[in-house]
Design a protein around this ligand. Structure first.
Ligand code: NAD
Length: 430
């Protein structure tokens, strides 16, 4: 019975009437193509993933039964370098979601100006209902299923929602076993003991903070007296909160999948991280009160970071958003319609492909260290991250001022423009 119940829940999660993320991605591409006056043929190349792999994953469950999960790896574009992108475990994973995430990875590595293309993977599963053993067997089966198309110079996966350094270690070990040698550069976000980079665990949040510092300067907001809220207090969101707090702003609200909280006096991000680690949720944090998800997103704060999943900010929510700066730690949290409302209300948007590119930038630094067999200190890694992401922010801001467009369109103009140039220069085979 438990198995049937779980399948029904997954189907319900997939059937939620939400905008199709790949349609959102194509609409964003269309807008950038217009500004760039892209040749229709190049636009068409960029509107199609190069390769999409769907795999069936039979797994022996702890109760002795065999269950078949579905997994995906979408390799979107590799004109600028090997495919690169995370792997997500979630009941709501769909092929269209993975395609959208793979497209965003392509523009993201391009905005960051690192020599990669874009890819993404996912497994339709509820990791909270898997034992550690089931999770490991599922991960290893997935790694073996995608092994023919990944590799250090081909496609380099990384963590995403509900996957972590341990998941990467299992993928690495499976790949190494199949290949017959240790190949740490096939995957990033690895444990330090296996060639992971210092600073990678906090890189997404840290990079988002560096972009926030630039945005505050551009908008003449004094961070010392600023306030902020974070939706989705996971890896990206909680590190963003803890590092941003060290620049002065006060954390007023936070949420996770179990609920949302706020505190008029402000909360210490470090203590909230420790509380969530202990209890499994931010809900119930001493001195806080529970609020709805919409109230959290519409809190009277200077900076808001959606750091959970796609489609968090819909038009109805966007109308009431009071934040002056939105930092998209999550991928695709704002729908195109909501984006228009925010732009009209003069909210300064740091779009996902810029705001959360710290993760892939340090993944790139990890890969370089693996290939070169030279390892850097955490300060060296953080300094390179700051330089890269600040320069990306400035490129995007300059493009948005030049074309008189919002930052998302500016980021797309920079990201799509560089990929289009590479595709055009390579030419069409044969
Ligand atoms: P994570 O699993 O560590 O955290 C996700 C958090 O979101 C969890 O705390 C979960 O409880 C919460 N959440 C889920 N549904 C929610 C809801 N409806 N309302 C509020 N909270 C909800 O994942 P992560 O790695 O932090 O990823 C979060 C987002 O950041 C994703 O969109 C991911 O693609 C993006 N991202 C992550 C990285 C990275 O390096 N971790 C890099 C780039 C982008």
């Amino acid at each position: 019975m438990a198995q049937k119940y779980e399948v029904r829940e997954m189907q319900q999660a997939n059937q939620q009437v939400k905008p199709n993320p790949f349609e959102n991605a194509l609409e964003q591409l269309r807008i950038a193509a217009e500004y760039l006056k892209l040749d229709e043929g190049i636009h068409q190349v960029l509107a199609h993933p190069k390769r999409q792999l769907t795999v069936a994953l039979p797994v022996k469950m702890d109760d002795g039964r065999t269950r078949v999960f579905t997994g995906y790896r979408v390799q979107y574009n590799d004109a600028r370098g090997p495919f690169k992108g995370g792997i997500r475990y979630h009941p709501g994973v769909t092929l269209d979601e993975v395609k959208a995430l793979a497209a965003w990875m392509t523009w993201k590595t391009s905005v960051a100006n690192i020599p990669y293309g874009g890819a993404k993977g996912g497994i339709v599963c509820d990791p909270k209902r898997l034992s550690a053993g089931e999770n490991e067997r599922l991960t290893r089966r997935f790694a073996s299923a995608i092994s023919p198309i990944i590799g250090p110079y081909q496609d380099i996966p990384a963590p995403d929602v509900y996957t972590n350094a341990q998941t990467m270690a299992w993928i690495l070990d499976t790949y190494n076993t199949l290949e017959g040698f240790m190949s740490p550069a096939v995957i990033t976000g690895k444990p330090i003991a296996l060639g992971g980079s210092l600073g990678r665990d906090k890189a997404t949040g840290r990079g988002a903070v560096y972009t926030t510092v630039e945005a505050a300067k551009a908008n003449k907001i004094n961070l010392k007296s600023a306030t902020f809220a974070v939706q989705g207090f996971g890896n990206a969101g909680s590190n963003f909160a803890e590092i941003l707090q060290s620049y002065g702003p006060k954390l007023m609200g936070a949420s996770d999948s179990k609920g949302s909280i706020m505190s008029k006096a402000g909360m210490d991000a470090g203590k909230l991280i420790a509380y969530k680690e202990k209890t499994g949720s931010v809900v119930g944090f001493p001195g806080s009160q529970e609020i709805s998800e919409k109230e959290l997103l519409q809190l009277n704060v200077d900076i808001l970071s959606p750091a959970a999943l796609e489609n968090a900010i819909l038009p109805d929510t966007a109308k009431g958003i009071k934040a002056k700066i939105i930092v998209e730690c999550a991928n695709g949290p704002t729908t195109p319609e909501a984006d228009k409302i925010l732009h009209a209300n003069k909210v300064f948007m740091i779009p996902d492909i810029l705001a959360n590119s710290g993760g892939v930038i340090v993944s790139y630094l990890e890969w370089v260290q693996n290939l070169e067999r030279i390892y850097w200190t955490e300060d060296e890694v953080n300094a390179m991250l700051e330089k890269k992401i600040t320069s990306a922010f400035r490129d995007v801001h300059a493009a948005s001022l030049k074309h008189d467009v919002d930052m998302r369109t500016g980021a797309m103009i920079v990201g799509v423009g560089r990929v289009a140039e590479a595709v055009k220069t390579l030419g069409v085979f044969p």
